[in-house]
Design a protein around this ligand. Structure first.
Ligand SMILES: Cc1cc2nc3c(=O)[nH]c(=O)nc-3n(C[C@H](O)[C@H](O)[C@H](O)COP(=O)(O)O)c2cc1C
Length: 363
């Protein structure tokens, strides 16, 4: 199975299955001298963990990261960093009764066709458990970005038809609003409405989709390369690699379709001696290269596939069957909420890699 690595210079490789003994990540190319401790990685992992509110899966995943290599006396050494996370709450028995059924919206059909074998316990390699490794690696990428005063924020922008009103500018305020919301949404009114929607959806045995917005308030000009490695192309690739992601947009995104050049073009202005733009429909990039304006984008997540309602499916022998989740199965009613820290981590990994790559741009 190829393609378990992401990034060019700041490169991660993840391994493990959700119901195996452990999962982990190796980070290659992380510069030496970055202060790292288990606590800051745990904190990030905590923000991804389920079981913290009624709006996410009641599964308990007590993720304790263990740094096995690449860190000495609290600092990265430049050697590969290896982080291990044991799977402590994996109940594989729930999956045995459905192992011969194609799970609607899940990967067992395509994995079986492609590899001829599938680890049905929790989805194996296709499981979103893998995203814990991305979050652990993202914690280190964020530390690296701190040296450049780069912050990455992600939050819920929309769930179902409920749109949050957010004007991302003041980063500390936004950060505290996000962490005060049980659904990672900085708009208190939308938080209330969305929470009620999720409770209703859950009680009906269904799930609901959501939109996660990411915001990078300040970035140097020049990250990203033209043609195939445009910064938005790298962000899109990172975002669309997250399980359940179905769409990506940057700046005015899909809304650009209904605009005219006269209103979409961002006028250049000089602010405190720096080139800036009056508006930011471009989302902080031109020609695939960061402009120095905030980078803003959005990722659409589908409703979770595992729902309590009965669904039409086939057995592995192509016989028609009704798919019913086994009693006591624990799933997210809205994956977008738990995807928020994963989006932040993937943005941080793209930026860390782009900063290192940018060192070869000119003399
Ligand atoms: C953080 C996170 C948690 C997830 N939790 C669930 C879940 O509880 N139930 C579910 O059906 N899908 C969940 N998913 C999505 C599935 O892993 C994903 O839909 C499935 O593996 C099929 O892959 P695809 O949707 O990318 O095609 C989650 C995704 C993320 C990012």
């Amino acid at each position: 199975m190829a393609s378990n690595s992401f990034g060019t210079l700041f490169r991660i490789t993840t391994w493990g299955e959700s119901h195996g003994k452990a999962i982990g990540v190796v980070i290659d190319g992380c510069p030496a001298g970055i202060e790292i401790d288990n606590f800051s990685i745990s904190e990030e992992l905590n923000s991804r963990a389920p079981g913290k509110s009624v709006y996410t899966s009641p599964r308990i995943e007590p993720d304790q990261p263990e740094i096995l290599s690449g860190v000495f006396e609290g600092k990265t050494t430049g050697a590969p960093i290896s982080i291990l996370i044991y799977n402590k709450n994996a109940d594989s028995t729930k999956y045995a009764p459905i192992k011969d059924l194609l799970r609607p919206g899940h990967a067992n059909y395509t994995f079986l066709e492609k590899y001829g074998i599938f680890d049905y316990r929790g989805g194996g390699r296709a499981s979103a458990r893998e995203t814990a490794c991305r979050v652990a690696a993202g914690a280190i990428a964020k530390k690296f970005l701190k040296h450049y005063n780069i912050d990455v924020l992600a939050y819920i922008k929309q769930i179902g038809e409920i749109d949050a009103i957010i004007a991302p500018s003041d980063t500390p305020l936004l950060r505290s609003q996000i962490s005060n919301s049980p659904i990672n949404c900085p708009d208190p009114k939308a938080t209330q409405l969305i929470s009620a929607l999720i409770e209703k959806t859950k009680s009906e045995g269904d799930s609901v989709g959501g939109l996660v917005e990411f915001f990078i308030p300040s970035l140097p000009v020049g990250l990203g390369d033209p043609v195939y490695e445009k910064i938005e192309a790298k962000l899109a690739s990172a975002m669309l690699s997250i399980p359940a992601s179905k769409g990506f947009e940057i700046g005015s995104g899909l809304k650009s379709v209904a605009m005219f050049g006269s209103s979409h073009n961002d006028a250049f202005i000089c602010k405190n001696g720096e080139v800036r733009t009056e508006t930011n429909h471009a989302g902080g990039t031109l020609g695939g290269i960061t402009t120095g304006m905030p980078v803003i984008g959005r990722v659409a997540f589908k409703p979770a596939s595992s729902i309590k309602l009965p669904q039409k499916t086939l057995t592995l022998n192509k016989e028609e069957k009704t798919f019913q989740l086994p009693e006591g199965s624990k799933h997210d009613p809205c994956v977008a909420i738990r995807a928020v820290p994963v989006v932040e981590a993937m943005v941080a990994l793209v930026l860390a890699d782009s900063i290192l790559l940018n060192r070869s741009s000119k003399l």
